[in-house]
Design a binder for this molecule. Structure first.
Ligand code: ZN
Length: 192
């Protein structure tokens, strides 16, 4: 199954984005035509376009022939996303686990699922839930758990300026949500 992108979002109009960045620079009292800034609108527009475009990938699953029924956990998956309130990055790690049902997943794919939703304007809570819900729906495991720990530049650089503090969010589905022992095992492995 090849997954193009998570939503049918409007295509990115790079030229309009460049113009808008030039206008923003002007509005901020900077001269977008100065030697130093001449290429900045293009670079900013390209950077945002890249950060908002998930790479396509093929969801490779395999039959769970061995009947593996313990937790599969990928820890420390890098997460980079943009907060939708400030369009500033937040970054950190995701821990994604699932309790296999009839299919198991190529391990690298858990990182791709995280990226698919991270390359968007996001809030961390929604990102966490989208990854869990998507896996539950497409892989149909017995349960899914997702924990994201991230530092938000909008908190570190401005406002309260708490550099180095991280925000932790979690989303659980299926057995991991309903069964206290499974949930406990998941969180223990995440923090091991
Ligand atoms: Zn923010």
């Amino acid at each position: 199954m090849t997954l193009p992108s998570r939503t049918e979002a409007s295509p990115i109009d790079t030229e309009a984005a460049r113009q808008a960045v030039a206008d923003l620079l002007k509005a901020l009292g900077k001269d977008p035509f100065s030697v130093h800034l001449a290429d900045t609108p293009r670079r900013v527009a390209d950077a945002y376009a890249e950060l908002l475009t998930p790479r396509t990938f093929t969801l490779t699953t395999f039959p769970n022939d061995e009947g593996y029924d313990e937790l599969v956990l990928a820890r420390g998956i890098p997460v980079q996303s943009l907060c939708e309130h400030h369009m500033l990055p937040f970054h950190g790690v995701a821990h994604v686990g699932y309790l296999p049902g009839e299919r198991i997943l190529g391990l690298s794919k858990l990182a791709r699922v995280v990226e698919m939703f991270a390359r968007d304007l996001q809030v961390q809570e929604r990102l966490t839930k989208q990854v869990a819900d998507w896996l539950q729906e497409h892989l149909r495991p017995k349960g899914v758990g997702v924990v994201i720990e991230a530092e938000h530049m909008c908190m570190a650089l401005r406002g309260v300026r708490v550099a180095g503090s991280s925000t932790v969010t979690s989303a659980l589905q299926g057995v991991l949500r309903e069964d206290p022992a499974s949930r406990q095992e998941f969180f223990t492995l995440v923090h091991a």
